[in-house]
Design a protein around this ligand. Structure first.
Ligand code: ATP
Length: 222
């Protein structure tokens, strides 16, 4: 069944969320207090509404509690972001994704019941740093403070030409291969007999230190 989305705040982050959801064919309501911004989303979102999300009556009239997922993409006005998160959760929205401005803001949003708190600038900074210090890590995603998923391209790798059973990566490197992106872009979900080849990318999950070790010790520098 299709989910319904409401995005409050149409800055760079909220705007990108609305565009991507709309491209994916999702029902999305876009809301901002800035009329010029809202006009830019008239033909993109299913509904685009000018309104102040801090006004409880406005949220009720929109029937915000009926949306499956509400994205609160208000950044600089931390008080507004906190109040809107509080009201939306109190109204019973099951899943709220909120954008935080800093770590303290993030902690408050989590305490208020936001299901996912993102901090795009610092999240992106962490990913960029891992890519800079890595050998052939082309994607990096922190799954928790200990675990990560990394996509590592096999360049001059001694792994190439071997099956996953032969490589025994969970024992040798403490990482698990969840998928392989072949050189032609096709993604495969491997089994023990799958052979990895030069220029494949392997998607590995494990402790962050082990994903980094795997990248450093199985491929040569990009
Ligand atoms: P980004 O980095 O995503 O561009 P930002 O973190 O700088 O944004 P702001 O520009 O402060 O965040 O806010 C994002 C949007 O949220 C703005 O377009 C702003 O008009 C809108 N906004 C702020 N407060 C409210 C509110 N109470 N109701 C509705 N929209 C709001």
């Amino acid at each position: 069944m299709k989910k319904s989305f409401a995005v409050i705040g149409l800055g760079r982050f909220g705007g990108a969320v609305v565009r991507e959801l709309a491209v994916s064919g999702q029902e999305v309501l876009a809301m901002d207090s800035n009329e010029d911004l809202v006009n830019q989303f008239m033909n993109i979102a299913s509904h685009a509404i000018v309104g102040n999300a801090q006004d409880e009556t406005t949220l009720k009239q929109l029937g915000i509690r009926n949306f499956d997922i509400v994205v609160i993409a208000i950044g600089q006005d931390i008080q507004a972001s906190i109040l809107v998160t509080l009201m939306v959760k109190e109204m019973g929205v099951k899943y709220v994704l909120a954008k935080a401005q800093n770590d303290y803001h993030a902690r408050v949003l989590e305490k208020l019941g936001a299901n996912l708190v993102v901090h795009p600038e610092s999240d992106m900074g962490i990913r960029a740093a891992h890519q800079l210090i890595s050998n052939n890590l082309i994607e990096f995603l922190e799954l928790s403070d200990k675990y990560s998923l990394g996509e590592v391209k096999l360049i001059n790798s001694r792994l190439s030409g071997h099956t996953l059973a032969e490589l025994d990566l969970p024992n040798q490197y403490k990482v698990n291969v969840t998928a392989i992106r072949r050189a032609n872009g096709e993604v495969e979900f491997p089994n023990a007999d799958t052979v990895v080849r030069e220029k494949d990318s392997v998607l590995v999950v494990g402790r962050t230190v082990d994903v980094e070790y795997f990248d450093k010790h199985t491929t040569s520098k990009k």
